[in-house]
Design a protein around this ligand. Sequence first.
Ligand code: MLT
Length: 322
Amino acid sequence: MRKFVLAALAVLSFTGVAVAQNFPSRPITIIVPFSAGGPSDAMARILGERMKLALGEAVLVENVTGAAGSIGVGRAVRSAPDGYTISFGHLGTHVANGAIYKLGYDLVTDLEPVALLPSNPMVIVSKNAVPAKSLKEFLEWLKTRPEPATAGTAGAGSGSHIAGLYLENITGIKLQYVPYRGTGPAMNDLVAGQIDLIVDQLSNSITQIRAGNIRAYAVTDSRRAESAPDIPTADEAGVPGFFMTLWSGLWVPKDTPKEIVAKLNAAAVDALNDPAVRKQLENLGLQMPSKDKQSPQALGDWQKAEIAKWWPMIKAANVKVD
Ligand code: MLT
């Protein structure tokens, strides 16, 4: 009997290695849990396009939106653990959502980390019609309005929502959140003057800031962004300590063979280190993860540390989901 079990295990492990060796033999899909045209979508498309060089197969992006990205992540969690479906996500989807939604999956144990991706600060931006020229004037405008100003978000628990809650917490202002399926469509409404502000990822706002279509007040970092040196830091602009870095990453369903995870990680790292890709991402204000942070293990450790840091604050904020 023991011999039989050992033989069966050997066959299974040989099959696993063979499957991993032939991987990939068809296109791979990255599930982006927010709208096309937003910051997650942009990063996934830039990286996916380059990852296909290392993998030898097309890497497609599918936008599966709703509930601050938790629907798209759920779709990835429930897919076959064969490396052909990748979950793209970030601090919102793979950390904050676990403190807000009854997800039906565990963000740590139901997913295998693949690679940490670039990060960027948030930036406080308003529609051009707001009569403020600095963050202090903007906060004054927010405080003296009869009704709370409208802040676009990608849903309860998204990066833009967490950043808005953090701003409320630190300044005492009150905002009226307007949820979208991503900050791509929220940005369209900001430019059109339909909403008042977004506490947005710099990579999503930067093109509109440069074009003069929206007004930027401060970045949530201790240093100014190289790609947008005219925007003051929150410290400089009068909200000291308002720091938040929105990082992204790639995951696959649990039980994906580790050889496949390693291949996907190598393709992502290869893409991150391509000078043309770096230039594209850095132009959007994104910062590359350092070399020692590029392994699957480093992403897993980072995600757990971020859960420990953010869950208490998010739970204390008692975020309600419609
Ligand atoms: C998006 O791609 O729309 C964002 O990552 C949204 C967010 O979390 O604010």
